[in-house]
Design a protein around this ligand. Structure first.
Ligand SMILES: Nc1ncnc2c1ncn2[C@@H]1O[C@H](COP(=O)(O)OP(=O)(O)O)[C@@H](O)[C@H]1O
Ligand SMILES: [Mg+2]
Length: 276
C-alpha cells in the first residue's frame, strides 16, 4: 500500500459526548457464569456502565476479571442473568440472548484489546489498523487488503491521534510493546465502538509505556466511549480511573470512586494479599 504520511487530513475526531451527559450503555443484572458445575466464576454480578467512564476492574488472579470481559463481549456464554445494551436508536437488546451472527455485530460495538496486542506481526501498522474493519467488510476484500479511502483516512487519523503515525508503514513486529498496544487501540477504534474492553493492557509494559497506554485509554473515554480495563496496580486505578470495581471470587465487593477505596476494601478484594 502506498501512503503519504505527510498528507493533510481533516481532523474530525472530536469527542462525541459531553462529560456531564453520560448515558447508560450497559445494564448487567445478576450475571452468573460457571465453566463447570462445581462453582460460579461470576456470581450474580450487577453493574450499570455509562458512556465515557474509565472503569478499572481489580481483584486477585482467578477472581473472574477476564471472564467478565469475555461475557460482556460475547466470547463466553453466560449461565444466567442479562447484559442489556442500550443502543443509540433507543432500543435495548440483551446480548446474552444473541445468536452467533448478532455476536459478530455486537463485537463491532464492543472492541477488546489484550495484554499481548494480538496484531499480525508481519503486516505493517496501517494494515493492522485497517483490519479493524473486518466486522464491516467482506472476507474477500479484507483478504486482499482492499480498503476504502475513507477507512484509510480514518486509520491515519487514529494513528496520528495516538502519535504513532510515523510508524504507519513499519511492520508491527518492529514496534515496541507500548507502540503495538497503541496500534491495537487504533484497530479497536476503527470499529467505532461504544465500549472498549482492555484485559491487562499494560501487564507487559515498562512504566513509561504503561502511562502512555493509560493516557490513550483516558483520551478514548473522553470521546464518550466506556472503557473497562482489568488492572493489577491500585496506583494506576487511583491515577486514571473514574470508577473502580473490586471482584472477589466472582462477586462485586466494591463499586465506587477510587478515592473512596479504603485499606479495608482492599483487604476484602484481595483477601489480605499484599497488593501495593
Ligand atoms: N476456559 C476455562 N475453563 C475452565 N475454567 C476457566 C476457564 N477460564 C477461566 N477459568 C477459571 O475461572 C476462574 C476465573 O478466571 P479468570 O476470569 O481468568 O480470572 P482473572 O482474570 O481474574 O485472573 C479461574 O479459577 C480460572 O481457572
Ligand atoms: Mg485475567
Amino acid at each position: 500500500m502506498s501512503l503519504k504520511v505527510n498528507e493533510t487530513f481533516n481532523h474530525s475526531f472530536k469527542p462525541r459526548v459531553i462529560k456531564n451527559s453520560r448515558k447508560t450503555i450497559l445494564t448487567i443484572s445478576e450475571l452468573t457464569k460457571s465453566y463447570n458445575s462445581s462453582r460460579n466464576v461470576l456470581n450474580k454480578v450487577s453493574l450499570e456502565i455509562k458512556s465515557g467512564e474509565l472503569i478499572g476492574i481489580i481483584g486477585k488472579s482467578g477472581a473472574g476479571k477476564s471472564t467478565l470481559l469475555h461475557c460482556i463481549n460475547g466470547s463466553k456464554k453466560t449461565n444466567s442473568g442479562s447484559i442489556l445494551h442500550h443502543q443509540n436508536n433507543g432500543s435495548v437488546q440483551d446480548i446474552t440472548k444473541y445468536n452467533s451472527k448478532n455476536i459478530r455485530s455486537w463485537k463491532r460495538c464492543c472492541g477488546t484489546i489484550y495484554q499481548d496486542f494480538c496484531l499480525v506481526p508481519r503486516l505493517d501498522v496501517i494494515t493492522n489498523v485497517l483490519m479493524g474493519r473486518l466486522g464491516y467488510e467482506s472476507n474477500f476484500k479484507t483478504l486482499f487488503k482492499i480498503f476504502k479511502n475513507k477507512d484509510k483516512e480514518k486509520a491515519i487519523e487514529l494513528l496520528d491521534w495516538l502519535k504513532i503515525l510515523p510508524h504507519a508503514l513499519q511492520r508491527a513486529e518492529n514496534l515496541s510493546g507500548g507502540q503495538q498496544q497503541r496500534v491495537a487501540i487504533c484497530r479497536a477504534l476503527m470499529q467505532e465502538p461504544d465500549i472498549l474492553l482492555a484485559d491487562e493492557p499494560v501487564a507487559s509494559l515498562d512504566p513509561k509505556n504503561t502511562h502512555k497506554i493509560m493516557d490513550a485509554l483516558t483520551k478514548v473515554s473522553h470521546k464518550g466511549i466506556s472503557v473497562i480495563v482489568n488492572l493489577h496496580s491500585i496506583e494506576l486505578v487511583k491515577q486514571y480511573c473514574t470508577r473502580v470495581i473490586g471482584l472477589s471470587q466472582g462477586s462485586v465487593v466494591f463499586d465506587g470512586s477510587p478515592n473512596n477505596l479504603t485499606s479495608n476494601d482492599l483487604d476484602n478484594i484481595y483477601n489480605d494479599e499484599t497488593t501495593l
